[in-house]
Design a protein around this ligand. Structure first.
Ligand code: MN3
Length: 198
């Protein structure tokens, strides 16, 4: 299956003032598009054009870094756009998700602090995650395009901490961007949907 750049599930202005139109134009139209285009080229060279993106990610990890980085970034960004919405964020979570966060991550406040700390302490480019592993939620961070799939976990929430994700709006203030993401952007319904499938 060739990789296809998905449309954003909202207008380019929808996430302002927390994420600008300019950031989304660069991030989606240029960065994500480049992962799709390079990923398709490298997947074809590796004879993996017919595989779903998850399989390309798992098969290329540790073996074909060029293909892995582009395929994993494609996978990560497909989810990332859905993890945000206008009027999102905050501590009003679907009950089922609240329960899991209470029992596995020590409650909402601790989840928020630990998730932001994971994103802040990821040195250089990468991602912070909440994923399900062995039936439990866990918070982690990964460098570059790496994601929980390659560690046997299913991501249900993530945040892109590459500079291209926040530099236009927050300059070097990564913690401020992460706080805005949690307080004002997360689409908890899409997190719940992934949790129920994990
Ligand atoms: Mn990105």
């Amino acid at each position: 299956m060739a990789f296809v750049l998905p449309e954003l599930p909202y207008d380019y202005e929808a996430l302002q003032p927390y994420m600008s139109k300019e950031t989304l134009e660069y991030h989606h139209d240029k960065h994500h598009k480049a992962y799709v285009d390079n990923g398709n080229k490298l997947a074809a060279e590796a004879g993996m054009s017919d595989l779903p993106v998850e399989e390309v990610v798992l098969k290329s990890f540790g073996k074909n870094p060029g293909l892995f980085n582009n395929a994993a970034q494609h996978y990560n960004h497909i989810l990332f756009w859905k993890w945000m919405k206008k009027g999102g964020g905050g501590n009003k979570l679907p009950a089922k998700l609240q329960k899991a966060i209470d029992s596995d991550l020590g409650g909402y406040d601790k989840f928020k602090a630990d998730f932001i700390a994971a994103g802040t302490t990821q040195f250089g480019s990468g991602w912070a995650w909440v994923s399900v592993k062995d039936g439990k939620l866990e918070i982690s961070k990964t460098p570059n395009g790496e994601n929980p799939l390659v560690h046997g976990a299913k991501p249900i929430l993530g945040v892109d901490v590459w500079e291209h994700s926040y530099y236009i709006d927050y300059r070097n203030a990564r913690p401020k961007y992460l706080e805005a993401y949690v307080d004002s952007l997360i689409n908890w319904d899409s997190v719940l949907e992934l949790y129920e499938k994990a």
